[in-house]
Each structure stands twice: as C-alpha cells, then as structure tokens.
Design a protein around this ligand. Structure first.
Ligand SMILES: [Zn+2]
Length: 280
C-alpha cells in the first residue's frame, strides 16, 4: 500500500521544515533536472493547520478527520491507526482542536503524519452547554466551507468565536451573532432594516425566509411571520457587534437564535445542530 510505505520513511527525506510550506498541490516535481528517484517527492508532504470540525471511522482502525484550514478551506484527511488504544495522535484530532499538521498528499485523502495541538479550548470542553454551542458553530462551518479554497475570514470568525466561548461565560447571543456574521461572509445575510423585496422602510415588521429578511406590509407574503417587538433591532445590533461585547438581549435571545438558524437552513438548504441557550 503506497501511503503506508511512505509513512515509514524518515521526515529527513523531505529536507527539513522550511522546504515544506506553501507548496502548490499536485505539482509533479520530476523534471529533466531532478529526475524521479523512486522516493516520495518533497512536494507530496506539506504543512497545514486548522480547526478540527468532525471525524468518522474509516476502515478498521483509521479515522477520516475534517479540518478547516485558513489556507486550503475544508481538508479531508485520514489519521491511520487512530482508533487503536495506543495511537500516537492521542486526543489531538478531536473536534474543536486547533492543530498543526504534517500531511502526505494522497489522491483522495491527505494522510496525517504528524499533529500537534495549537489550541484546545479547554473550558469549552469542560462545559456541556458550551460544547453544544461550539458544536452548532462547527456544523455550520462544515456546511459552508469549500475544499481547495482559502477560508481565512471563515477561519478567523470560527477561531474568534471559540476563543470568546472558551473565555466565557457564554453570552446567549453569541451563537446568533456568529450565525449572522457567517451569513454575511457567505453572502446570505438577512435584510434586517429595509424591506427585502422593495427596499422600503415603512411598516417593516414581518420576516420572510423566501424574500431574504424583513418585508413591509405591502410585500408581505403568506409565509412571512410577525416578529416580536425589538427583535429586529436586537439582531441588527448583534450583526454589527464584536463577539466579546454583545448587547443585552432583552429576553429575545431564544427567538433570535431560532429565527437566524432557520434562515441559514433555508438558504443553505441544510439542517444544523440546534444548541440550547446558555442558562436556558
Ligand atoms: Zn416592501
């Protein structure tokens, strides 16, 4: 098995760390000046980093690990032997861990040859409520991240949100603010002030998933819903707030979170993990 054979070769064969970074993927290094030697090519090994989104069993003892990399978007990697008791990866490939990776590039999946933890967000893991919120964040990121496409802003948003959650206490509006910022990043931000259909701003108090946000009384369709007073203003402030300093929610946190999650589900055509409100 090709990848297994390569795994046993010493890392020295690729010329040290400095030569491993930022190589273009899939480039054949064999040229008339550097003919193929039968050894794995230097370009087949690369460094990357990212936040583990999820994993699932693969074969008898391996695990596929999905990671959000700022440079390369969603990575589909395989950790060999990770389900054995004495795996050299330990718990470092659990969801919610920010990791530094050495990868061997495969045809379909990249194989993890080394992993070290950059940040583990320990206070998120300690608290079921926060684990639930983080899980909801990861599920949306997993749905919008693309493979082989840089994702710097998405990565920074997720990293910032996890750090705020870790440093807690969890704000009831944090997940909703995260949803709104992510919606803006991927181009599906709901209209929260002017009518999504006509742009008007008179009698704008109903919300239509299909229209893309709030609608005025003239544009309201049967599917639009009446919102509780203050909810739109709350969401608009959330959308523009720094994650570590969110506004008072005035009892609207639950409605806000449900509305924005369902809006994302409607426009991204996916179902996302539902999280309980902190303290709820
Ligand atoms: Zn209108």
């Amino acid at each position: 098995m090709r990848s297994h054979q390569f795994l046993n070769l010493p890392m020295l064969a690729v010329g040290g760390e400095s030569g491993l970074v930022s190589r273009p993927r899939g480039v054949n290094p064999c040229t008339p000046h550097t003919p193929c030697t039968g050894y794995p090519s230097p370009m087949a090994i690369r460094h990357d980093q990212g936040i583990v989104l999820r994993g699932y069993p693969f074969g008898e003892s391996d695990r596929v690990v999905i990671i959000l990399s700022p440079n390369n978007g969603k990575l589909r990697t395989v950790a060999k032997g990770v389900r054995k008791t004495k795996s050299r990866f330990g718990g470092r490939l659990e969801p919610l861990t920010q990791v530094d990776l050495v990868l061997y590039e495969g045809r379909n999946l990249d194989t993890i040859t080394q992993v070290s933890t950059i940040e583990a967000f320990p206070h998120v893991r300690d608290d079921l409520e926060r684990v639930g919120i983080a899980g909801a964040m990861l599920s949306v990121v997993d749905a919008v991240a693309q493979e082989n496409e840089s994702a710097h802003r998405l990565f920074l948003l997720l990293h910032r949100a996890l750090r705020v959650l870790n440093d807690g206490p969890a704000d009831p509006g944090l997940l909703t603010a995260f949803y709104l910022k992510l919606a803006s990043l991927v181009g599906v931000a709901p209209a929260l002030a002017d009518c999504a259909s006509c742009g008007g701003h008179v009698d704008v108090e109903r919300f239509s998933f299909a229209a893309g946000g709030v609608v005025c009384s003239r544009c309201a369709t049967p599917d639009s819903v009446k919102l509780r007073p203050g909810l739109l203003d709350y969401l608009a402030v959330l959308a523009g707030s720094e994650l570590a300093s969110l506004p008072e929610n005035g009892g609207l946190a639950g409605d806000g979170q449900g509305l924005v999650r369902r809006f994302l589900e409607y426009h991204l055509e996916r179902k996302f993990t539902v999280a309980e409100l902190p303290g709820g």
